[in-house]
Ligand binder design. Structure first.
Ligand SMILES: NC(=O)c1ccc[n+]([C@@H]2O[C@H](COP(=O)([O-])OP(=O)(O)OC[C@H]3O[C@@H](n4cnc5c(N)ncnc54)[C@H](O)[C@@H]3O)[C@@H](O)[C@H]2O)c1
Length: 288
């Protein structure tokens, strides 16, 4: 059900590769909520993915850009302003990639050239996008910029590798740039820390299925899926959240505030074998 939350608003969405992508779902919902959008991704991703199909469904213009390339970003922002007939209102940064993860390098055996690429693609690109947009005065007052993060920025999760460092940097950039952009132009900048989600980027992480299962058992509300993440993005692009800025907003069913849940503990049945009071936990209903 649509609420016209983005009626009259215009924005650029980075990172829709295929229909599993979080950015894909955001594009569909933004369009349904009345927004006009420009879709962007790398040339390679456009060849591999199905962005043209999405563009057709959302009446969007597609403009390629490598988010690590400053000139590409200037071209993207300039052309988007031509398409929109002026400034726009929101940007979604939904970009992540680690060559170390892709090539199976573990965190204690990182390739540092790869690490620089991880940071450039997954975090510095966010700074570059905002620097270009601000210098070109491309975003309207009370505009909203959102990037997607993960709780590995705060806590160590096996297998997340150098993407954890990239997410910590991404969240820091949101705060530092959020101060400047808010002060000068009333533009807000936030990150959404999303549950593990079955997408191309997500499934590259070692042991990803187990991570999904663990957070599902740990989160009282269960994992948030890509559609739910898109809903949250829409609220942040809407005028209902005008004073929310410089925040890392957890959208994870409560995972980030949990330590151990009953459902997760049940997985470790061996600890209940000994003669102790925890044995009684078996009698607690499963849905706990
Ligand atoms: N899937 C998860 O479990 C999960 C959880 C929390 C946060 N996130 C974050 O959500 C975001 C979107 O990822 P997703 O899960 O939808 O996966 P996805 O693979 O569908 O999206 C990643 C996108 O990044 C794009 N990209 C890579 N390099 C780029 C570059 N140089 N320039 C421009 N675009 C580039 C890819 O083409 C792709 O479209 C990422 O930041 C990811 O880290 C994902």
């Amino acid at each position: 059900m649509a609420y016209n939350l983005l009626k009259g608003k215009k924005g650029i969405i980075f990172g829709a590769l295929n229909e599993n992508s979080i950015a894909w779902k955001v594009a569909i919902k933004a369009y349904e909520e009345g927004a006009e959008i420009v879709l962007t991704n790398t040339e390679v991703a456009m060849r591999m993915g199905e962005i043209k199909e999405l563009a057709k469904a959302t009446n969007a213009t597609v403009i390629p850009a490598d988010a690590t390339n400053y000139e590409d970003l200037e071209n993207l922002v300039g052309k988007s302003m031509e398409v929109f007939g002026g400034k726009f209102d929101f940007i979604l940064h939904s970009i992540g990639m680690s060559p170390n993860v892709r090539k199976g390098k573990s965190y204690d055996d990182l390739n540092y050239n790869y690490l620089q690429k991880t940071l450039d693609i997954s975090a510095l690109s966010f700074h570059k996008i905002m620097q270009v947009a601000r210098k070109m005065d491309a975003v309207n007052c009370w505009g909203s910029i959102v990037a997607l993060s993960y709780v590995a920025a705060q806590r160590t999760l096996y297998g997340y590798n150098d993407m954890a460092d990239a997410k910590a940097l991404l969240e820091s950039i949101a705060r530092s740039f959020g101060y400047i952009y808010g002060r000068d132009k009333k533009v807000r900048v936030n990150t959404i820390s999303q549950s593990p989600t079955l997408t191309t980027a997500g499934s590259g992480i070692r042991g990803f299925d187990n991570l999904v299962d663990f957070s599902e058992r740990t989160s009282p509300l269960g994992n948030a899926d890509a559609d739910e993440c898109a809903d949250y993005c829409i609220t942040l692009f809407s005028d209902l959240t005008k004073k929310v800025t410089m925040q890392n907003l957890f959208h994870d069913g409560g995972f980030s505030s949990m330590g151990m849940s009953y459902r997760a503990m049940k997985q470790y049945n061996k600890s209940f074998d000994c003669d102790n009071e925890l044995d009684g936990l078996d009698e607690i209903p499963k849905e706990w």
